[in-house]
Design a protein around this ligand. Structure first.
Ligand code: HSE
Length: 439
C-alpha cells in the first residue's frame, strides 16, 4: 500500500509529447504510482491556447495558460515547450521553488546547462533530461549511472532522425537531397524550416550534452564544431556505397591529446562522415537514432531506437517522472551534475581523423609522385589509393579520377593537404572530401 502523499506533477507544454505524457500518466496512474511509491497527480498542463486542436486529448479542466501559477506548489515540473525562453525562466522558477524538473529541451540544456544545474544544486533539487537526446533511447542514465565506474573514450552518435532519414533515402532509394527532404517533411520528421536539422544545429546541441556528461566536463555549445549535411551529393553517397561505406551525419565526442602541445582534452563535433558498411551505425536506417559508446572497460556499446515522436519521447519523460517521484519518497538532495574533470575543450584542428579525397587529376607521368609529395610534406600518410581509367579531360590533357584514403592524421594537416591539392597544377579539381569514422 502506498502511504506517501500524492506528488503534484505540472506539465508545461501540450504539444505531441506533453499531451502523451499527460494522457499516459492518467491512464497508467496506478501502475506508475506503485513503481514510484507515491501517487502522481497531474495538476495541470500549461499551453499557449487551450482551444488548440490536439492529436491526443488532454482533459479540458487540466488546461491552463498560467504556467507560473502551475509551477508554484508542484513537486515535479515537466518542461516540454522547447526553445530557450520562457523555458529557461520557468525551469529556474521551478527549481528555486524546490521542485524537481524534467526537461526534453536540448536547446536550453546546451545553452544554459551550468546555470540550471547550479540552481538545482543550490536547493537540492534534481534536473532530469533523458528525453533531450535520442528521444526514447536510454542514453543519459547509462552515461551518468551505468558507466559512472568506467571511462568513456568516444561517442559516435546518429542523433538527428531527419538527417538520417534523408541520407538513408539518398543511399538506399537513390533519392536526391531535395526529394528526400520533401519526403521527410511530408512524414512530419522535418520542420517547415529544416535548418536546425540539416545544418547540424540540433545534433550539435545533443553533442554538447553528451560530451559534458560523458567526460565530466562542461562542453559549451560554441565549442562544438559543426558542419551540416546539405553539401552531401547523391554522387558522393553512390560512390561511398561502391567503396564499402555509407554517409551518416555523426555527432562525435572524444577524449584526445593535441599532438603539438601534448594537452589532454576532449572535443565534440558534428559533420557528415563515411562509416564502413560493417559498422553497427551503418545499419541505422530511416529516422532512427543510435549512440555508439566506446568505454575503456566496457568496450563498445550501442544504444538504438526512436529518436523522436510524441509517445516515444513520452516514454523517456515518464521514466524521469518515476525517478523523481522515487527520490521524493526516499528523501535527500538530488545528485549534482558531475563536472569534476573539467578537461580543456580542444578545437577541431586538434582532432585526429581520416579523409577520403576524390580528385580529378591529369593522367600524365609524374602526377602520382607529385600528389604523394603533397601528402607526405604535411605528415599525412596514405592508406589506400585507387585510380580510374582515363575518364575526362581531352586528347591532349586527359584526366583520371583518383580516390585517396588517408591514415589518421591531425585535422589541421589534412585540411592543409586538401588546400595544397586544390592549388596544385596537376589537380583539375577536388571533387569530394569526406571524413572517415568508425574504422
Ligand atoms: N528534429 C530532431 C530529429 C528531433 O530530426 O531528430 C528532435 O530532437
Amino acid at each position: 500500500m502506498i502511504e506517501y502523499r500524492n506528488l503534484r506533477v505540472a506539465i508545461l507544454g501540450g504539444g505531441s509529447v506533453g499531451a502523451q505524457v499527460a494522457s499516459l500518466l492518467i491512464e497508467h496512474g496506478d501502475e506508475l504510482a506503485a513503481r514510484a511509491g507515491a501517487g502522481l497527480e497531474v495538476v495541470g498542463v500549461a499551453v499557449r491556447d487551450v482551444n488548440a486542436k490536439r492529436d491526443t486529448d488532454i482533459p479540458a479542466h487540466l488546461l491552463t495558460t498560467d504556467a507560473e501559477s502551475l509551477i508554484l506548489g508542484a513537486d515535479i515540473v515537466v518542461e516540454l515547450i522547447g526553445g530557450i525562453e520562457p523555458a529557461r525562466t520557468w525551469i529556474l522558477q521551478a527549481l528555486q521553488s524546490g521542485a524537481d524538473v524534467i526537461t526534453a529541451n536540448k536547446a536550453v540544456l546546451a545553452n544554459h546547462g551550468p546555470e540550471l544545474f547550479d540552481a538545482a544544486e543550490q536547493v537540492g533539487a534534481q534536473l532530469y533530461y533523458e528525453a533531450a537526446v535520442g528521444g526514447a533511447i536510454p542514453i543519459i542514465r547509462p552515461l551518468r549511472d551505468s558507466l559512472a565506474g568506467d571511462r568513456v573514450m568516444r561517442i559516435l552518435g546518429i542523433v538527428n532522425g531527419t538527417t538520417n532519414y534523408i541520407l538513408d533515402r539518398m543511399d538506399v532509394h537513390g533519392d536526391s537531397f531535395g526529394e528526400a527532404l520533401m519526403d521527410a517533411t511530408r512524414l512530419g520528421y522535418a520542420e517547415a524550416d529544416p535548418t536546425a536539422d540539416v545544418e547540424g544545429f540540433d545534433a550539435a546541441q545533443k553533442a554538447a550534452i553528451l560530451a559534458s556528461l560523458a567526460f565530466h566536463t562542461t562542453v559549451p555549445l560554441d565549442a562544438v564544431y559543426r558542419e551540416g549535411m546539405t553539401s552531401v551529393t547523391h554522387e558522393q553517397v553512390v560512390a561511398a556505397r561502391k567503396a564499402g561505406y555509407t554517409v551518416k551525419l555523426l555527432a562525435i565526442c572524444e577524449r584526445l591529446v593535441d599532438a603539438e602541445t601534448g594537452v589532454e582534452g576532449v572535443s565534440a563535433r558534428v559533420h557528415p562522415a563515411l562509416v564502413p558498411l560493417d559498422h553497427p551505425l551503418a545499419a541505422v536506417h530511416g529516422a532512427n537514432n543510435a549512440v555508439f559508446v566506446e568505454a575503456e572497460a566496457a568496450g563498445s556499446l550501442m544504444f538504438y531506437g526512436a529518436g523522436a515522436g510524441g509517445v516515444q519521447t513520452a516514454s523517456a519523460v515518464l521514466g524521469d517522472i518515476v525517478s523523481a517521484a522515487r527520490r521524493h519518497v526516499v528523501g535527500g538532495p538530488g545528485v549534482a551534475e558531475s563536472t569534476h574533470a573539467n578537461l580543456p575543450v580542444l578545437p577541431m584542428s586538434s582532432v585526429n581523423t581520416r579523409y577520403q579525397i576524390t580528385l580529378t587529376v591529369l593522367d600524365e607521368p609524374g602526377v602520382l609522385a607529385t600528389i604523394a609529395t603533397l601528402f607526405s610534406d604535411r605528415g599525412v600518410s596514405v592508406e589506400g589509393l585507387s585510380q580510374s581509367v582515363r575518364d575526362g579531360g581531352d586528347a591532349e590533357r586527359p584526366t583520371a579520377t583518383l580516390v585517396v584514403i588517408t591514415h589518421q592524421a591531425a585535422e589541421s594537416s589534412l585540411a592543409a593537404t586538401v588546400a595544397a591539392l586544390a592549388a596544385s597544377p596537376v589537380v583539375s579539381s577536388v571533387v569530394s572530401v569526406l571524413r572517415v569514422e568508425g574504422l
